[in-house]
Write a protein that binds this ligand. Structure first.
Ligand code: NDP
Length: 282
């Protein structure tokens, strides 16, 4: 007989019925004997205000948000964490007292992965992309005192907007770099990051860059988690670079969310195994 679970969190998304993070978070709850549930909720943009009110009324301890709700949720919340305020996007809401506070764990999850290989403090970083993931990553890298960010994006308007955001609010020097064909990675770059959607569900898709300009001292990271071994990461490994895949970022943002909600440090291996198994079944 099911009993009422007082600890509810969830994911508000649209069109993500097969959300693999549900299995990942629920596996952590089960492993740590936490009496919590993580529920996938299909919410249309028009219903978002009612959904947030409903989450308050039902005593939800928090929830994740995915596209298209990451920006429109902000006026429905009671406050924002530092990086969420800076990037203007929330993917994780945490109940603190009787307040819903918006955080962004995408960039924090990326940073946690990156710090297993390299400290971005004082480093020069090439960042491909200027969408939501790139924005989250750029802000966290700047808050972690990266020296220089070269933001390479196809659309100059988005690239310039992100560059201006970083320069206006942090001490990191950001530069917008037009994405010219067969882009040459500058040899002074310490870290190269793909934060575009190139490679999603396509292990052959290549960024328009010259792979021979990837150098062995560089750490190369990709936000793409399906497939985890992207063409960029394979090229980088061939060139002797150390690499990080998007699975680590996704697991780490889940870990940070669970820490926020439950004050428990979940086991990353349990979560990684559950996530891989859920992705395999999609
Ligand atoms: P957005 O739609 O906000 O941004 C997409 C970015 O990719 C833009 O910079 C866009 O450039 C660029 N882009 C797309 N297609 C091309 C192309 N053919 N050539 C050059 N640039 C291109 O998406 P998000 O930032 O939200 O997500 C990006 C990826 O990150 C997704 O695949 C998502 O799954 C992944 N992701 C992974 C996470 C993880 O935990 N591992 C977390 C969040 C996201 P332009 O501005 O020129 O259009």
């Amino acid at each position: 007989m099911p009993t009422f679970c007082p600890h509810l969190v969830g994911s508000m998304s649209q069109g993500a019925a097969g959300n693999p993070t549900v299995a990942m978070v629920e596996a952590a709850f089960a492993h740590h004997h936490l009496d919590w549930r993580y529920i996938n909720m299909e919410v249309t943009p028009a219903d978002l205000p009612a959904a947030v009110l409903g989450a308050r009324a039902l005593g939800f301890r928090g929830f994740n948000l995915s596209i298209p709700h990451k920006v429109t949720v902000i006026p429905l919340l009671d406050g924002l964490g530092q990086s969420a305020a800076l990037m203007g996007a929330v993917n994780c809401v945490v109940r603190r007292g009787d307040q819903f506070i918006g955080e962004n764990t995408d960039g924090k999850g990326f940073l946690a992965s990156l710090q297993t290989l390299i400290d971005p403090t004082g480093k020069t970083i090439v960042l491909f992309g200027a969408g939501g993931a790139a924005r989250a990553i750029a802000v966290e890298l700047a808050l972690a005192h990266a020296a220089t960010l070269l933001i390479v994006n196809r659309d100059p308007a988005c690239g310039t907007e992100l560059t201006d955001l970083i320069n206006a609010n942090t001490a990191t020097q950001a530069h917008y770099v037009p994405w010219t064909p067969h882009y040459q990675i500058p040899p002074l770059a310490d870290i190269v990051i793909n934060a575009t959607s190139i490679g999603l569900y396509d292990e052959t898709a290549a960024l328009d860059l010259d792979p021979t300009t990837l150098l062995p001292h560089q750490v190369v990271a990709d936000v793409i988690f399906n497939p985890a071994q992207t063409r960029l990461l394979r090229d980088a490994q061939t060139r002797g670079c150390r690499t990080l895949d998007g699975l680590g970022m996704l697991v780490n943002q889940g870990i940070i969310g669970i820490q926020y909600w439950t004050q428990t440090n979940p086991d990353p291996q349990v979560m990684t195994k559950a996530l891989k198994s859920a992705l395999d079944s999609i």
